[in-house]
Design a protein around this ligand. Structure first.
Ligand SMILES: Nc1ncnc2c1ncn2[C@@H]1O[C@H](COP(=O)(O)OP(=O)(O)OP(=O)(O)O)[C@@H](O)[C@H]1O
Ligand SMILES: [Mg+2]
Length: 416
């Protein structure tokens, strides 16, 4: 009797286990492939720009711009790793340091990372930024090398703290006697120029490179190469490949987005017990990714942004769906009072609303009220259940979801 069940198990296992992914890791963001299709020209240009260091002369500072997911980080790491190998071969005195400024978060940590890569010991805290920089400069000069510093996502640092880090770095050569420094700056914000002192900008961008977005057929090739490494033969259908590339191309040609779609589509297929990824799996993947993005954005918002969202949430329960800034401010004040936190000014709240609007969490629209002028109407751009879901994980805010603001109660009375 029990025999067919044994086979059921065997077959089921065979079909479900590891039939989709050959190597999941190659589909992740930080995987650096050996081939970067459609970036040959950028690789060559950047290679030519840094090549002088093999003969121990300083290379130009280079600034790389391009939208997110256009291969800036991948190309830079690719070129630097090959340069490093060549430098070893020739015995050139070249050192490298790649730093992601957004992850480092502060100038102190960036300078400390640069120093550490030269073998200097710099404590994690305790010195002033100036002191860390001095140690770095002295150590660099003593090392007698050409030092190439790649500052990735440098815009994150500059927008927060101004351009003093770049100012110091671009001028450091003036006080070096035995070493030289060259900078590769990378930014996905094309307006970065506006944040920089013109002198800093001009010395930083002795050479400028722009990475254009990929189109659908380029993305398709990139995905195809990667899928050969990541999936077993025959797993990725033509249709799924086309949809992934088309969706990512529509979203400004972002290869990271395309790879995410591909990986998550594989996961969806795997979970559903499929051995071929089809179009439907890609569509599901897109929904998953969107959902997760919103959840992340919500979770990472500051307390005050969350309170603004909650206020709009409460106001949405009564009159129609949208609220004015004034109404939001009243409810927000009440919530702050309940939680015992000091409220921000109404002006600052207006800024928060604009930020939440830009993030796609709120939707604010200016509507004309005829002879009463114009007013801003604000509503949630995300579902109410999502707010409940995310805020339920935070004990303080959970209480606020079920709280009945007096303001909205009053307003409701007014309406009935
Ligand atoms: N030409 C390419 N061939 C293969 N993979 C690529 C190519 N371009 C980008 N990728 C992959 O796409 C992902 C995103 O690329 P990358 O991290 O280099 O983008 P970026 O321009 O640095 O984006 P951001 O500005 O957001 O940092 C990475 O996983 C990278 O390996
Ligand atoms: Mg990058």
């Amino acid at each position: 009797m029990g025999n067919p069940n044994i086979l059921d198990d065997v077959f089921e296992k065979f079909v479900n286990e590891a039939k989709v992914f050959k190597d999941r890791e190659v589909l992740r963001h930080d995987y650096l492939p050996e081939k970067l299709p459609h970036r040959e020209e950028q690789i060559r240009t950047l290679g030519q720009a840094v090549a002088p260091v093999l003969k121990e002369s300083r290379c130009s500072n280079i600034f790389i711009y391009g939208k997110t997911g256009t291969g800036k980080t991948a190309v830079t790491k690719f070129v630097l790793s090959h340069l490093e190998a060549k430098a070893k071969e020739y015995g050139s005195h070249v050192r490298f340091c790649y730093v992601n400024c957004r992850m480092m978060g502060s100038e102190y940590r960036v300078f400390a990372a640069l120093g550490q890569s030269l073998g200097l010991s710099i404590p994690f805290t305790g010195l002033s930024v100036g002191e860390v920089f001095d140690r770095f400069r002295t150590g660099l000069d003593a090392s007698k090398t050409i030092f190439i510093v790649a500052l990735d996502e440098v815009d994150a640092l500059i927008k927060d703290r101004g351009d003093s880090i770049l100012y110091e770095l671009t001028r450091v050569n003036e006080s070096l006697h035995k070493s030289k420094l060259a900078i590769i700056g990378i930014s996905n914000d094309l307006r970065l120029k506006e944040f920089l002192d013109p002198r800093v900008f001009s010395s930083l961008s002795e050479e400028e490179m722009v990475f254009r977005p990929y189109d659908a057929s380029e993305l398709r090739n990139i995905l195809l190469e990667r899928s050969k490494l990541g999936f077993f033969d025959g797993v990725l259908s033509e249709a799924a490949l086309s949809v992934c590339s088309a969706l990512a191309a529509a979203e400004h040609g972002d290869a990271r987005r395309a790879l995410d779609l591909l990986r998550v589509a594989g996961e969806v297929a795997e979970r559903q017990g499929f051995v071929v990824i089809n179009e439907e799996h890609v569509r599901d993947a897109e929904k998953n990714i969107e959902h997760n993005k919103v959840v992340e954005a919500l979770k990472n918002s500051t307390l005050h942004s969350k309170l603004v969202l909650l206020s709009v949430y409460h106001l949405g329960k009564t009159s129609g769906a949208s609220a004015t800034t004034g109404e939001i401010y009243d409810v927000y004040n009440e919530l702050c009072g309940e939680l015992g936190v000091g409220p921000l000014t109404q002006r600052r709240l207006g800024t928060l609303i604009n930020e939440l609007d830009a993030m796609g969490l709120l939707n604010s629209k200016v509507v004309s009220m005829g002879r009463y002028g114009r007013t801003k109407k604000i509503r949630l751009e995300i579902s109410r259940s999502l707010i409940q879901e995310v805020f339920a994980c935070d004990s303080r805010l959970e209480r606020m979801i079920n709280y009945e603001p007096k303001f909205t109660a009053k307003k409701q009375q007014h309406h009935t």
